[in-house]
Write a protein that binds this ligand. Structure first.
Ligand SMILES: NC(=O)c1ccc[n+]([C@@H]2O[C@H](COP(=O)([O-])OP(=O)(O)OC[C@H]3O[C@@H](n4cnc5c(N)ncnc54)[C@H](OP(=O)(O)O)[C@@H]3O)[C@@H](O)[C@H]2O)c1
Length: 383
């Protein structure tokens, strides 16, 4: 199989190295920006790649929506198999690109876009052919997991943990998508599309860890709890629910054993029960290994992760109920019915009675609009 690699950054260089060593694969071209063509295999011309009939597949590892979307469309129209690590592209245009690929009889695969190197999406896509999956999700963002682990185990502040994550190359210079939960939200959108045939593109809710303080983490420790950022998707009577929230977990929960920048993705099938996948969610070679696996699936004739029934839909989080841990100024404490309340200076730390995810996010938004600082995390209390 001859592969053209679009993009030569962190993942692109990894894909290049791995193809060079893989049996039965070779690099046809690497697409770089104009002015960066410094080797024979590099080109700045997509047309040159697509008009070469010896190129079987295109691996897009540039990131962003445009020109990645139009390059994908052109590659598929030119009869090239297409694989990508780009979650933003698949969350926004995966349905139309997958449909186009089916029409043209070429592959559209995106394992690396959810869970990096963790072999989650492909296994999920295989499972739904023979089993009904009702829930999925997990720890899908390595940057925030690294920060939460460092804050818990080293007592670091949010700022210290973020700086360290940036120094190690886990967090981008602009870490907004990671720390607000947007990156994990895009990944749960893809998992819902594969697992439930619904790509939720409305009604999604994400709360990240950007309101978390070292004092909050000290309080979790006193309560014997550990914080993890969890993405959750569930099949519901009407459609699906899909959201991202920090969660407080008892130390016996498997998520607490996920340290540093690791990911843990899981699904629960009616027949299989819970299935858990753990590994590196980011980084050059872990991510490149997922791109290479997609290329090898194509060789075995597996072309799609999205079924031909997959369609866009709205997420409804109003029927998901659980308790919450909330830290907020005392003046706002009456917004919640509480199972427990502890004053802490000008703030109060509450354990709420059960309320819906949509209600919790709406109340937090309202309080923040009044200039107050709020942290909240989901919590499953014993009945
Ligand atoms: N890094 C990870 O661990 C990881 C994990 C999972 C998924 N991903 C996804 O993989 C994709 C790539 O990530 P990355 O970390 O490898 O990013 P990166 O290091 O920024 O690399 C992207 C490369 O693509 C090039 N590029 C962008 N637009 C181009 C264009 N129009 N023509 C030619 N080259 C272009 C960039 O060139 P310039 O430098 O000149 O802009 C850069 O070399 C993203 O979608 C990301 O979300 C990454």
């Amino acid at each position: 199989m001859k592969v053209a690699v679009l993009g030569f950054g962190v993942v692109g260089r990894g894909v290049f190295d791995m193809i060079e060593k893989a049996q039965g694969m070779e690099v046809g071209y690497v697409l770089v920006r104009p002015g960066k063509v410094d080797a024979e295999y590099k080109t700045d011309s997509l047309e040159k790649i697509l008009s070469d009939s010896s190129v079987d597949a295109v691996a897009e590892v540039m990131g962003g929506i445009e020109p990645a979307r139009s390059y994908a469309e052109k590659a598929i129209n030119a009869g090239k198999h297409f694989v990508t690590s780009n979650k933003a592209l698949v969350a926004a245009h995966g349905l139309e690109l997958s449909a186009l690929a089916r029409e043209k009889g070429v592959a559209f695969l995106f394992s690396a876009a959810c869970g990096g190197g963790v072999p989650f999406l492909h296994n999920l896509a295989c499972a739904v052919k023979t089993d009904k999956v009702n829930s999925l999700g997990g720890i899908l963002n390595g940057t925030t997991n690294y920060m939460l682990d460092a804050m818990q185990s080293k007592g670091w502040s949010y700022e210290e943990a973020l700086k360290d994550a940036q120094m190690l190359g886990y967090a981008e210079a602009d870490p907004t998508a990671d720390v607000t939960g947007l990156d994990a939200l895009r990944k749960i959108m893809l998992a819902c599309a594969v697992g439930f045939d619904v790509l939720p593109n409305e009604g999604l809710l994400n709360e990240g860890i950007d309101s978390l303080t070292a004092e909050d983490v000290e309080d979790f420790k006193k309560r014997g709890l550990t914080c993890r950022l969890l993405a959750k998707g569930e099949r519901r009577e009407r459609g699906v629910s899909a959201y991202v929230e920090p969660w407080l977990l008892e130390s016996s929960a498997p998520e607490c054993a996920v340290l540093k920048n690791y990911n843990m993705a899981k699904y629960e099938g009616e027949c299989s029960g819970p299935m858990v996948f753990m590994g590196q969610g980011a980084g050059r070679y872990p991510t490149a290994s997922a791109v290479l696996r997609d290329l090898s699936y194509i060789v075995s004739g597996e072309y799609y992760m999205l079924s031909d029934k997959a369609a866009a839909g709205a997420a409804d989080n109003s029927a998901c109920f659980h308790n919450y841990y909330v830290r907020l100024p005392k003046a706002f404490a009456d917004e919640f019915k509480c199972a427990d309340k502890q004053e802490d200076g000008a703030d109060v730390r509450l354990i709420t009675e059960k309320l819906s995810v949509s209600e919790m996010h709406a109340v937090a938004k309202k309080i923040r609009a009044e200039g107050a600082k709020v942290f909240f995390a989901g919590l499953e209390m014993e009945k």
